[in-house]
Ligand binder design. Sequence first.
Ligand SMILES: Nc1ncnc2c1ncn2[C@@H]1O[C@H](COP(=O)(O)OP(=O)(O)OP(=O)(O)O)[C@@H](O)[C@H]1O
Ligand SMILES: [Mg+2]
Length: 248
Amino acid sequence: MTDHTSHAIRLRSVSRRYGAGDSAVTALDGVSLDFPRGTFTAVMGPSGSGKSTLLQCAAGLDRPTSGSVVVGGTELTGLSERRLTLLRRERVGFVFQAFNLLPSLTAAQNVALPLRLAGRRPSRSRVREALARVGLADRAGHRPTELSGGQQQRVALARALITRPEVLFGDEPTGALDTRTGREVLALLRSMVDGEGQTVVMVTHDPVAASCADRVVFLVDGRPAGELTGAGADAIATRVTRLEAAPC
Ligand SMILES: Nc1ncnc2c1ncn2[C@@H]1O[C@H](COP(=O)(O)OP(=O)(O)OP(=O)(O)O)[C@@H](O)[C@H]1O
Ligand SMILES: [Mg+2]
């Protein structure tokens, strides 16, 4: 019997091709990967290696051309648009490099948005609790322009987590932050994995950020190119340097 319980996400032979003919691009080329529950995985690789495409396929934001994606026991292949939308809304959380908060809404209103979109009336205490989790209980009434970059990303995290998703995906979530603020966001992600058993999958170009993860998965040309487990930033940086083509 297949065990669907230990893996939050399971990809089997996932390919994603864009376009056709001479201009066709293979962004993912037969990727098989498992993301165990309660673990923190970093995804690294050169620009254009397929990292964002991998995350979007794993999160149900994009459909693979072929292969299988299983999220918490649910096979995404063949799901109707409506079911896929529900899964995205309720079972995965996503944060981006650009925080993508709605500027006219307060922090609390931004955090409440996923529940409102799902037709639920978010209780004040649930929104307050989500903001408190990211250390922003005292900023509920502030609009994004009144918050620092790190605070905006923490609001985006609270918004991604309010539905209690099985997996939290981050596509370069610290990419737009200065070093210190980025570290705060990473510490928060780490504590969610350690304290609450959250599963986190994060794309990053930063070896220090990746060293916060339990495991680093490397991608090259849309294919897995090795992993490191429990590695420090130096070992990760060395591996990244080897994967990148020499510029001269
Ligand atoms: N919508 C699209 N149409 C055509 N090609 C695409 C599309 N999206 C991505 N690609 C191509 O797929 C490949 C992988 O893109 P992807 O965005 O996943 O890379 P990435 O590893 O996230 O890169 P980066 O580090 O620069 O963000 C690239 O060659 C890209 O040009
Ligand atoms: Mg990308």
